[in-house]
Write a protein that binds this ligand. Structure first.
Ligand SMILES: N[C@@H](CCC(=O)N[C@@H](CS)C(=O)NCC(=O)O)C(=O)O
Length: 238
C-alpha cells in the first residue's frame, strides 16, 4: 500500500496517473496547499521542501521500514522501478525516458508554473514577465511537438516521461497556448487523456477540489514564503 500525500495539481496528477496505470493500491492523504497543510511538521518530515506530492511506501522492496520519497520525478522513478513498468531496462531506451522526464522537471514544469503565476495569480499584470513565460512555454511546446512527430509517445512507448508532461499540458489554455499549433502534441494529448488510468486519476483529484484554489489567505500562504516559513515549523527528518 502506497500512502500518497497529494493535492490535485499538475505535480500531484503525475502520481495518481502512475498508480492507476500500474493498479498499485494507494491511499490519499490530502495536503490542502491553499490552507498551508504543506507546513505541518508530519508532512515536512517526509517532504522537507514543503511541496507535495510525496509518498510513503509501507512495503518497500528491501522489506525494511516504511520508505518516503518526495519530488514527483523521484516518485515516478521509484514507482516505475518498484512495479517494473513504464521505464525500460535497455540502456538506450531508458536514457530517452529520463531525458524527457528531466526536461519536464527542469523546463516545462518550472516555466509553465511561472507562466501560471504571472498570467493568473500575480496581483499586478507585468507584461514583461507574462510575455517571457508565455514565450518560453511556447518554445517548449514546439520542442515537444517536434519530438512527437515521429513517435507515438515522447520516448516511443508510453512511459513515466509522458505521465510527467501530460498534466502540464492540461492547462494549455491558461498558458496561452493553442494545441492546434502543435498537431503532434494534440494527438498525443488526446490519446493520453482517453486512457482509463488517466480518467481515473483525474477523477480522484476532482473529488478533492471543492473550493476555489486562490483566496486572499491562500495567496499569502502560497506566494509569501521565505526560509522562515519552513524554519518556523521546527520540523526535522527522522
Ligand atoms: N519539484 C516539485 C514541485 C512540487 C510543487 O511545486 N508542488 C506544489 C503544487 S504543484 C506545492 O506543493 N505547492 C505548495 C506551496 O507552494 O507551498 C515536484 O515536482 O514534486
Amino acid at each position: 500500500m502506497i500512502e500518497l500525500h497529494y493535492w490535485p495539481t499538475p505535480n500531484g496528477h503525475k502520481i495518481t496517473m502512475i498508480l492507476e496505470e500500474t493498479a498499485t493500491p494507494y491511499q490519499i492523504v490530502p495536503v490542502n496547499i491553499a490552507k498551508g497543510e504543506q507546513f505541518k511538521p508530519e508532512f515536512l518530515a517526509i517532504a522537507p521542501n514543503n511541496r507535495m506530492p510525496a509518498i510513503v511506501d509501507r512495503a518497500p522492496a528491501d522489506g525494511g521500514a516504511p520508505l518516503s520519497v518526495f519530488e514527483s520525478g523521484a516518485i515516478l522513478l521509484y514507482l516505475a522501478d518498484k512495479t517494473g513498468r513504464f521505464l525500460p531496462k535497455a540502456v538506450r531506451d531508458r536514457v530517452v525516458v529520463t531525458e524527457w522526464l528531466f526536461w519536464q522537471m527542469g523546463g516545462l514544469g518550472p516555466m509553465a508554473g511561472q507562466n501560471h503565476h504571472f498570467s493568473r495569480y500575480a496581483p499586478e499584470k507585468i507584461p514583461y514577465a507574462i510575455d517571457r513565460y508565455v514565450r518560453e512555454t511556447n518554445r517548449l511546446y514546439g520542442v515537444l511537438n517536434k519530438q512527437l512527430a515521429a513517435r507515438e509517445f515522447v520516448a516511443g512507448e508510453y512511459s513515466i516521461a509522458d505521465m510527467a508532461i501530460y498534466p502540464w499540458i492540461v492547462p494549455h489554455e491558461a498558458q496561452s497556448q493553442n494545441l492546434d499549433d502543435f498537431p503532434h502534441v494534440k494527438r498525443w494529448f488526446e490519446a493520453i487523456g482517453a486512457r482509463p488510468a488517466t480518467v481515473a486519476a483525474y477523477a480522484r483529484g476532482a473529488a478533492l477540489q471543492s473550493a476555489p484554489d486562490v483566496t486572499e489567505e491562500s495567496r499569502r500562504i502560497l506566494f509569501g514564503q521565505t526560509a522562515q516559513s519552513v524554519e518556523a515549523t521546527g520540523a526535522h527528518r527522522s
